[in-house]
Design a protein around this ligand. Structure first.
Ligand code: SF4
Ligand code: SF4
Length: 245
């Protein structure tokens, strides 16, 4: 079977190129190993657990984010690195932004409460806790593509996880820190949800965070209201906002 790998080498002179390889393995990660062993030892990719747990082997297959270790390939598939991160070499990208995003959203245990934890409390944060930091959601996110300051899907799902954690004495800090370039900037397109290998739903998590923020008095800064700076006044249309129906 033939597969095509988009490659990038920035050593000396940066160059992009596509290589076609003939492989016998149908699992993508095993195909990478086969190529490295038998065809081109310079092919560079990441892998760790080889069983879908570490998230390090995420790539794009025909434009869709997949974990190489969990993907079966087809004739003429095109493999390339995940998007929206700087490519270091071939299929390896720089993922150092992860730590920064966790810090920016304050999504880590800071002030322990004395609350007793029950199973239902664990269930509430279980799904988001399963994130394997594969970065597929950032690769698929159109807002992150346009604005690298956007906090993005994984960090916001993590913000919900810690906001809902009973062991957090106070989640105000988290909710405060996700207002700018955060929950209101998401278009709710759902692309992140479609590609997450862990079944996490960042789109719904962001919607929940919008609800939590509203309860704390925050409003959507992009929401058009009557007589706003858009100059949209509904009374011009015969509608009296102070009248009764
Ligand atoms: S739902 Fe929001 S966070 Fe997810 S991909 Fe779309 S814009 Fe990005
Ligand atoms: S939320 Fe899903 S897609 Fe995003 S980094 Fe975590 S596991 Fe990967």
């Amino acid at each position: 079977m033939k597969i095509n790998i988009k490659r990038f080498n920035q050593a000396n002179e940066p160059q992009k190129f596509i290589n076609e390889f003939e492989v016998s393995n149908t699992n993508l990660l095993q195909a990478f190993n086969e190529i490295k062993k038998e065809h081109d030892e310079t092919l560079t990719y990441r892998c760790g657990c080889k069983s879908g747990v570490c998230g390090s082997c995420a790539v794009r297959v025909n434009g869709v984010e997949r974990l190489a270790c969990k993907t079966n390939i087809n004739e003429n598939d095109v493999i390339e690195p995940i998007k929206n991160s700087k490519v270091i070499k071939d299929l390896v990208v720089d993922v150092s932004h992860e730590t920064l995003l966790i810090e920016k959203t304050n999504s880590f245990m800071q002030d322990n409460s004395d609350e007793e934890i029950e199973q239902k409390d664990i269930n509430k944060i279980d799904r988001q806790s399963n994130c394997i930091l594969c970065n597929s959601c950032y690769s698929s996110c159109p807002v992150y593509e346009a604005n690298k300051s956007f906090l993005g899907p994984f960090a916001l799902s993590r913000a919900l996880r810690y906001s809902n954690d009973k062991k957090m004495a106070n989640n105000d800090l988290i909710i405060d820190s996700i207002q700018s370039n955060g929950i209101w900037d998401c278009t709710l397109c759902g692309a992140c949800t479609m590609v997450c290998p862990q079944g996490i739903d960042p789109k719904m998590d962001i919607l929940q965070l919008q609800g939590l923020a509203s309860q704390k008095g925050y409003t959507n800064p992009y929401q058009a209201t009557y007589d706003s700076n858009m100059g949209f006044d509904m009374s011009d249309m015969g509608f009296d906002p102070n009248g009764s129906f």
